[in-house]
Design a protein around this ligand. Structure first.
Ligand SMILES: CC(C)(COP(=O)(O)OP(=O)(O)OC[C@H]1O[C@@H](n2cnc3c(N)ncnc32)[C@H](O)[C@@H]1OP(=O)(O)O)[C@@H](O)C(=O)NCCC(=O)NCCS
Length: 449
């Protein structure tokens, strides 16, 4: 085996370990658009899901079947009918939906049954269990349109799903529900996945979709300056949703976003929109720090906010011990008072327990993140990272390309979060003049995608 392989594989594998530990025992609801299956992505998706499950994640899989139903309808010479962005399920469409769901269920069960030697599925034993876990009610007549056999989720059998997950199986749900009178209703994958995630209070709701995620300027075309927003705080997602027109197509920005927002508002902390077109997108989102799609996150915004002059006392109290032991450079009160609006703080019950400041150097399209601190009692709960993300967001909004830090003791923390070492010569001229040679701080830079 080549030494280069050892050199790359071992650190890479170790870098994934924290995420494996983090997600073990968690519950993820994964909604796969029918388009993903139509595009032939099922074998790889099954491999990735089997791998994720083998690392201790409990998975509820909900499949969509929009193109498959339309194909069946076309074969019968019928046209798909929609209104308000929803299918009108007449008797023929219901028949087609039942046929499509049956066929897809077989295909999915078959994909999880693979196990040829020397394939990623070798040795995997995934039990896929489906069932009548969803009770539905009819959509009824909306604005004079009769939706017939189209339904909405009325109840989720959470106890039944949890028992099945605890038994070690993967739960597979088709977008169907049944009424107490035994009638079948055609539901949408997105609604089923969202309702199940909320009822289970799942740790993640993940949609594998035909879109790559939400762009930082959603109304602008794809470009290098308009990348995918990898993290959208719930409040920002709600604001964006309020500005968008009602979605009619899955490719409309609000289509998946509305479900992510709903889930997040109802206690599912993280909801993701991922592209199925990218091979391994699930693995990239779950086990890599920056992820690949858009994650809507309920980060309890009331606690993470920009600072005001009233916070100066709290900030000083927080950073003082670290100034004393030399971890941070000493700043005086007047400087912090003057720069209060440069700070982002995390507050709980009126106590500030985390902060960082952002000092832009617009002429060099970069900014320094300074005084990143989390109170010793609150460390290792992800707050340092939450502050970093917010600072990155502020820098991005200011149109900057990178942020940098000067550190003497915390290099590894930053390197793990995408910073790379740079020569002090790299610093913007104005900052270089203030660089203290004796302190020998390392310069670390993170490019903002
Ligand atoms: C660096 C700091 C802000 C991180 O805050 P946090 O809320 O604990 O960060 P997170 O919870 O997101 O990350 C915690 C992880 O970072 C690790 N970590 C903490 N300090 C570290 C350091 N100096 N070097 C490398 N890793 C470190 C923890 O061990 C923990 O790892 P684990 O999750 O495997 O247990 C916090 O430790 C701190 O305030 N340090 C003192 C001030 C400081 O050094 N600031 C940087 C100035 S440039």
């Amino acid at each position: 085996m080549s030494a280069v392989f050892n050199f790359t594989f071992v650190p890479w594998f170790r870098s994934v370990a924290p995420y494996i530990h983090l997600h073990r025992g968690k519950t993820f609801v994964v909604g796969i658009a029918g388009e993903a299956i139509a595009a032939g992505k099922l074998p790889h998706l099954a491999q990735d899901l089997a791998l994720i499950q083998s690392m201790g994640v409990k998975i509820v899989l909900v499949h969509g079947f929009r193109p498959q139903v339309n194909e069946q309808l076309a074969a019968k010479g019928h046209q798909a009918k929609y209104s308000h962005g929803m299918r009108i399920t007449d008797t023929v469409a219901l028949d087609c939906a039942q046929e499509a769901a049956g066929q897809l269920r077989y295909e999915i069960e078959a994909a999880f049954s693979q196990g040829l030697p020397n394939t990623p599925m070798a040795g995997s034993t995934v039990r896929v269990i489906s069932g009548n876990f969803i009770t539905a009610r009819p959509v009824g007549v909306v604005d004079g349109v009769d939706f017939k056999h189209s339904g909405m989720v009325r109840k989720v059998d959470t106890a039944g799903i949890k028992r099945t997950l605890d038994f070690g199986a993967m739960v597979l749900l088709s977008p169907f529900g049944f009424s107490p009178t035994g009638e079948a209703f055609n539901l949408t994958m997105e609604e089923v996945a969202t309702s199940v995630a909320i009822e289970l209070q799942a740790d993640k709701l993940i949609f594998l979709t035909e879109i790559p995620g939400i762009r930082t300027s959603p109304d602008q075309p794809e470009s290098e300056d308009n990348p995918i927003d990898t993290e959208l705080p719930l409040a920002a997602a709600e604001k964006l949703l309020a500005q968008l027109p009602n979605p009619l197509q899955p490719t409309d920005t609000a289509f998946y976003l509305q479900h992510c927002v709903k889930a997040c508002k109802s206690g599912v902390e993280r909801s993701h929109i991922l592209p199925f077109a990218v091979d391994g997108s699930l693995l990239l989102e779950i086990y890599v720090h920056d992820g690949i799609g858009t994650m809507v996150i309920d980060e309890k915004l009331e606690s993470l906010r920009e600072a005001t002059a009233d916070d100066v006392g709290g900030i000083l109290q927080l950073i003082e011990p670290f100034e004393k032991d030399g971890t941070l450079v000493k700043r005086d009160r007047t400087e912090i008072e003057r720069d209060a609006d440069h700070y982002t703080v995390i507050e709980h019950d009126g106590v500030i327990f985390g902060c960082a400041a952002l000092y832009p150097y617009p002429e060099a399209k970069t900014a320094e993140m300074a005084a990143l601190t989390v109170s010793p009692h609150s460390q290792s709960q992800g707050d340092g990272e939450r502050i970093l993300k917010r600072i990155e967001q502020r820098a991005r909004l200011a149109g900057l390309d990178s942020i940098f830090v000067l550190t003497t003791r915390t290099m590894h923390w930053f390197i793990k979060r995408g910073f790379v070492q740079a020569d002090p010569e790299w610093l913007p001229e104005a900052r270089k003049r203030k660089y203290n040679i004796n302190r020998k701080s390392q310069v670390l830079v993170k490019k903002l995608s």
